[in-house]
Design a protein around this ligand. Structure first.
Ligand code: AVJ
Length: 323
């Protein structure tokens, strides 16, 4: 829990999640340059906007990954031992995992995500569609170590981390996450992971600056959330969305740009903004197959098989625990 959170929890009777959010916002807006963590995009409205993004003509990752999971489902299923437990990091909508659950005889499914309510609703729907599958929803921050349900202790473990959410981590954090997952899943485990690939910058630019402006609303929504949950007084119309591709760092960067000099108050703290000043709200790293293979190797995993779509826009990998 962040340094500010305990005092904020006491001063404002926040529950644990809100005081963690509050502490992180105060911390991050106090940085130079200012930033906000992309994990705070996903309140109910943010999750809805992200679902809209996944079907945008410009946003290729979701449909491309679904295509690979459909086309290569058989090859992936061949790698997975019968009766294995599937542990999904950052489980959201179940569209992707259903493709695996339909092709493989899993003994159990453990969806892990911070939003407990959304998780249990999805779990109930899955239990109806897969009556013989034991479903253990786990409300936890999947970026930190967590304990698996004891009931699956003797089952082979297979992790699932789709959608290139790995791309939100700085490379050293991506390595730390893969190591943590390695520790949670244990020896002999496998990990099925989706990784977005480097590509034509125009395609990348359009995917994060869609013509309909949904990504802009998704980005600005975090300020709406701060105003609603933390009593901030952000003037949403005084900020604008900007996404750029940082060629040197191989990443898309999302920013909220202040249109003027202004002061914003959040929980009694004053934050000044210069005209044009940015809040960095998300990085989305794009990998080459070689750079991802090196990252996996350096994090306790070996690449067993990799699949891409014909245009090499996106990749799915089956990793196996190594050292
Ligand atoms: C869910 C993190 C994979 O980075 O592409 C979509 C989130 N941000 N449009 C991504 C996102 C802007 C997405 N991830």
């Amino acid at each position: 829990m962040n340094v500010h959170a305990p005092a904020l929890a006491k001063a404002h009777q926040f529950d644990e999640q809100t005081s963690a959010f509050a502490g992180a916002v105060i911390d991050d807006l106090s940085q130079h340059p200012k930033r906000l963590s992309p994990k705070y995009f996903y309140d109910v409205r943010g999750s809805e906007l992200f679902e809209q993004i996944t079907v945008l003509p410009e946003y290729y990752p979701t449909r491309t990954e679904l295509g690979i999971l459909r086309d290569r489902g058989g090859a992936i299923a061949d790698l997975i031992p019968k009766g294995a437990a599937l542990v999904e990091f950052g489980a959201g909508a179940t569209t992707k995992v259903r493709l695996l659950l339909e092709r493989c005889e899993f003994g159990a499914y453990v969806p892990v995500d911070i939003s407990g309510d959304f998780l249990s609703a999805q779990a109930d729907a899955l239990r109806k569609d897969f009556p013989s599958l034991a479903v253990y929803p786990l409300a936890a921050d999947f970026t930190a170590p967590f304990a698996l349900p004891v009931d699956i202790a003797d089952m082979p473990k297979v992790g699932f981390f789709p959608g290139s959410t790995l791309g939100n981590f700085e490379p050293h954090e991506a390595c730390a996450f893969l190591r943590t997952a390695r520790g949670i899943l244990g020896d002999g485990a496998q990990l099925i992971i989706g990784v977005d690939l480097e590509k034509n910058e125009r395609v990348l630019y359009d995917a994060y600056n869609d013509a309909a402006g949904v990504t802009a609303r998704f980005n600005l929504n975090v300020l709406v959330r701060i105003n609603r949950e933390l009593g901030g007084n952000f003037d949403i119309s005084a900020f604008m969305h900007r996404s750029i591709y940082n060629r040197e760092r191989y990443r898309i960067e999302m920013h909220l740009i202040s249109k003027k000099a202004q002061n914003v108050r959040v929980l009694g703290r004053n934050f000044t903004f210069r005209p044009g000043e940015s809040i960095h709200t998300e990085s989305s790293y794009k990998y080459s197959l070689d750079r991802f293979t090196a990252l996996a190797r350096g994090s306790g995993w070996a690449v067993r098989e990799s699949w891409t779509d014909p245009a090499k826009m996106f990749s799915v990998h089956a990793l196996v625990a190594s050292d």
